[in-house]
Design a protein around this ligand. Structure first.
Ligand code: HEM
Length: 179
């Protein structure tokens, strides 16, 4: 397996980042949806939020590394077999997904640190308060976190459906580049 991206194959690092971040975003959406429905007296009330915040900070760090890594190792060009519509649509969806994977954890972080408490990531380390926002900005951050999280899930489904179609119906080997 290549350690750097080559024309029709992503590198090992690019693949690991892609699948781990994808898995964590799906898991975090599920945990987020579940935890906000728990009552204060539920035994999972505090732990679910701690898990959500810890996993969320791990995603944030991975996305930060992914951004740096993308300058070191450029993604392969879009496949030549894609038509103009597919090229534009996929580049648009990929750009929105990249933006969302930064905006969702950053807003979650800002909501959590608005009360001036550092985030304890699984008792492994403490992620500091870098910026403390006021109550009005916190309400806006909650809304952005909420809308982006659920809209991104819908986009992930579209993205996966397109990859499966290109692989199994059009036989363009799109998914194989990332496996
Ligand atoms: C890609 C990463 C993340 C995803 C997909 C995600 C997803 C979600 C979802 C779906 C909810 C439930 C929204 C609702 O139904 O009201 C939620 C709530 C929440 N998340 Fe995240 N989250 C992520 C990262 C983070 C991070 C990094 C933190 C903090 C360190 C965080 C803190 C919170 C908090 C505090 C809430 C409750 C907000 C409220 O008071 O309503 N999240 N998240």
């Amino acid at each position: 397996m290549p350690y750097k991206n080559i024309p029709d194959q992503y590198s090992l690092i690019a693949k690991l980042l892609h699948w781990l971040i994808a898995l964590l975003i799906i898991a975090l959406s599920g945990i987020g949806w579940w935890m906000v429905g728990l009552s204060y007296y539920d035994p999972w009330y505090h732990d679910s939020l701690n898990w959500h915040k810890s996993l969320g900070i791990i995603v944030l760090l991975m996305v930060g590394f992914k951004v740096i890594w993308s300058f070191v190792d450029k993604a392969p060009e879009p496949q030549a077999t894609l038509n103009a519509f597919e090229r534009i649509a996929s580049s648009l969806v990929h750009s929105i997904l990249r933006l969302a994977m930064m905006i969702i954890p950053i807003t979650g972080y800002l909501v959590s640190t608005s009360e001036d408490a550092a985030i304890e990531v699984f008792d492994w380390f403490s992620f500091p308060v870098l910026l403390q926002i006021n109550e009005r900005a916190r309400d806006i951050a909650i809304d952005i976190h909420y809308y982006f999280a659920y809209a991104t899930l819908a986009l992930v489904v579209l993205h996966a459906a397109a990859a499966l179609k290109h692989q199994f119906i059009d036989h363009k080997g799109t998914l194989k580049r990332m496996l």
